[in-house]
Design a protein around this ligand. Structure first.
Ligand code: SF4
Ligand code: F3S
Ligand code: FES
Length: 249
């Protein structure tokens, strides 16, 4: 049986905005994105919302629902009571373009700053041989759908715009960790050191392991435990290993 829900949706642009009130029909089995689409179809044709798959796989429909970051297409209306007001606002950490659509280019800029995978010289794609255990270690990280909810939630940049320059965020620190764990990556032989760069170039030291990134990840990737903490341990090894220190001297 359907019912009428009360929605509050943020409307505005870079110059500012406010919450708009909508009373809208909800049917069995629907998700928040269905309701946003119904508002768009029946009451607010100019309401801007980004989405693609409606299956939790494209990472486009990230927003904040009653203040909690999540994917609109995966948030079931059945998780709210019928008399509950549902408030939908854009991700807070990134500049708004219009309504629920943010400018997430910060993330693409940070992605470009991570040096690419560097295979051993002369090894062609298709010739890579790896132990299953090495494949499995980073497979978890490859599930990332780039929804940027972890980036949006991490307090290091959520409340501190001035940290954006120095901090690449959990998604891209995880990318560094993934490459660091790759047995065929020769970045180190070429003079680099992924973990040291995570600290120096990507702000790993600003992460104080609050794990909020892990909590909001729709792919349930253990970002903190499996990527960030091992990376921090590698930094510590690199900095304090007495033999390495001797070499560096
Ligand atoms: Fe989204 Fe998880 Fe990838 Fe972060 S790690 S961008 S929360 S899928
Ligand atoms: Fe931020 Fe995640 Fe670290 S929320 S502080 S990157 S554990
Ligand atoms: Fe693709 Fe929600 S529309 S993840």
């Amino acid at each position: 049986m359907g019912y009428q829900a009360h929605f509050r949706v943020w409307r505005g642009d870079a110059g500012g905005g406010d919450l708009g009130d909508y009373t809208v029909e909800v049917n069995e089995g629907e998700v928040v994105l269905d309701i946003i689409h119904r508002i768009q179809a029946t009451q607010a044709p100019d309401l801007a919302v980004r989405w693609n798959c409606k299956a939790g796989k494209c990472g486009s429909c990230s927003a904040e629902i009653n203040g909690r970051p999540g994917l609109m297409c995966m948030k079931r209306m059945s998780t709210f009571s019928e008399d509950e007001t549902v408030t939908v606002t854009p991700m807070r950490t990134f500049p708004v373009v219009k309504d629920l659509v943010c400018d997430v280019s910060y993330n693409y800029a940070k992605a470009r700053e991570v040096p690419a995978f560097r295979p051993p010289e002369g090894l062609e794609p298709g010739e890579y041989r790896m132990q299953q255990v090495d494949v499995q270690r980073s497979q978890e990280f490859r599930k990332c759908i780039e929804c940027f909810l972890c980036q949006n939630t991490c307090h290091v940049i959520r409340d501190h715009e001035d940290n954006k320059q120095a901090f690449s965020g959990p998604r891209f620190l995880m990318r560094v960790a993934e490459l660091d764990m790759h047995p065929l990556d020769t970045h180190e032989e070429a003079g680099g050191h992924r973990a040291a760069e995570a600290r120096g170039d990507h702000g790993l030291g600003l992460c104080n392991i609050t794990k909020c990134c892990t909590e909001v990840c729709p792919e349930h990737i253990q970002i903190t435990d499996n990527a960030l903490i091992p990376l921090k341990e590698r930094v510590a090894d690199h900095r304090y290993d007495p033999i390495l220190r001797l070499f560096r001297k």
